[in-house]
Design a protein around this ligand. Structure first.
Ligand code: PEP
Length: 276
């Protein structure tokens, strides 16, 4: 597979609702999103995704269809187990997600790793299980403030990436996305990263991807996430290695989702700004 030129690589943009939003609220979000995409002339090539809680997934899939967004917005789950079935109380399997029409699964989010003990070894089983079944996988990696202070941020994320992708082959690569989310930058109290912080880490990540997958590793989208807002998103989307944004708080309401998306597309030169 040939590496795609930067301007040919699709832009990805989405949000993770975390433990927020009822099914009805999620449906309202999707219904309100459709006219905003048209109004802002968001190009069809932009790949959008929304990752609500498990309980909202069926309603989100139905609301997306009603809103005419089925081909434009991936609906994602926030976690999945690696086994297809079994005695795993409280877990959800890949066939359970695919059977209701889920497109994507988020794996390795810092909150799963930090608060719920998700290990790199568990991710090494989850990532291939989800990819093989046809799900898009958004694999998050990120270093803590301590790891950054000790100067081991790049090697920490590279290690996370290499373990999670250990059993992934090139055949599944077109469904893989990487989210670089510095742990010190995400959530309330997070510090926005500087572009040089992001480059310092994503260049080694890209290198690890090409080392494992050859030229095809160049085409794996790397998204940035962590305190992204309308006024700073342009700093990230104009970086050579960044192919999208993964937004939390700023995009939980549809107005915010629209504002950040619009600002990012203007910064990339994909749409015109109000002042143009
Ligand atoms: C996140 O937690 O993944 C995230 C990107 O959050 P926020 O944008 O709120 O920092």
């Amino acid at each position: 597979m040939q590496p795609l030129a930067r301007d040919k690589r699709p832009f990805h943009f989405g949000t993770n609702f975390k433990m927020n939003q009822t099914p009805a609220e999620t449906a309202r979000f999707l219904a309100d999103l459709a006219p905003r995409l048209n109004q802002n002339r968001v190009p069809e090539t932009v790949r959008l995704f929304v990752i609500p809680p498990f309980t909202s997934l069926p309603m989100a899939i139905a609301a997306r269809e009603t809103a005419g967004l089925t081909s434009r917005v991936w609906i994602g789950a926030q976690n999945v187990h690696w086994a297809t079935e079994g005695a795993y109380t409280g877990e959800i399997s890949v066939p359970m997600l695919t059977s209701i029409g889920v497109d994507l699964v988020l794996l390795g989010h810092a909150e799963r790793r930090g608060l719920f003990g998700e290990t790199d070894e568990a991710l090494a089983k989850k990532v291939p299980a989800a990819l093989v079944a046809g799900l898009q996988v958004l694999l998050c990696v990120g270093e803590t403030a301590e790891e950054k202070a000790f100067g081991v941020g790049p090697e920490t994320v590279t290690r996370q990436l290499k373990i999670a992708l250990h059993d992934v082959g090139n055949e599944a690569l077109s469904r893989l996305l990487i989210g670089y989310e510095p742990v010190w930058s995400i959530g309330a109290g997070g510090t926005p990263a500087r572009p040089q912080d992001v480059m310092e880490t994503v260049v080694p990540l890209r290198h690890a991807l090409t080392e494992k997958f050859g030229a095809a590793g160049q085409n794996v989208p790397i998204l940035y996430g962590g305190s992204v807002a309308p006024d700073n998103c342009g700093d990230f989307v104009t970086l050579e290695e960044i192919d999208g944004l993964f937004v939390g708080r700023a995009a939980w309401q549809v107005e915010g989702f629209e504002r950040v998306l619009q600002a990012a597309l203007v910064a990339r030169g994909d749409i015109r700004g109000d002042a143009d």
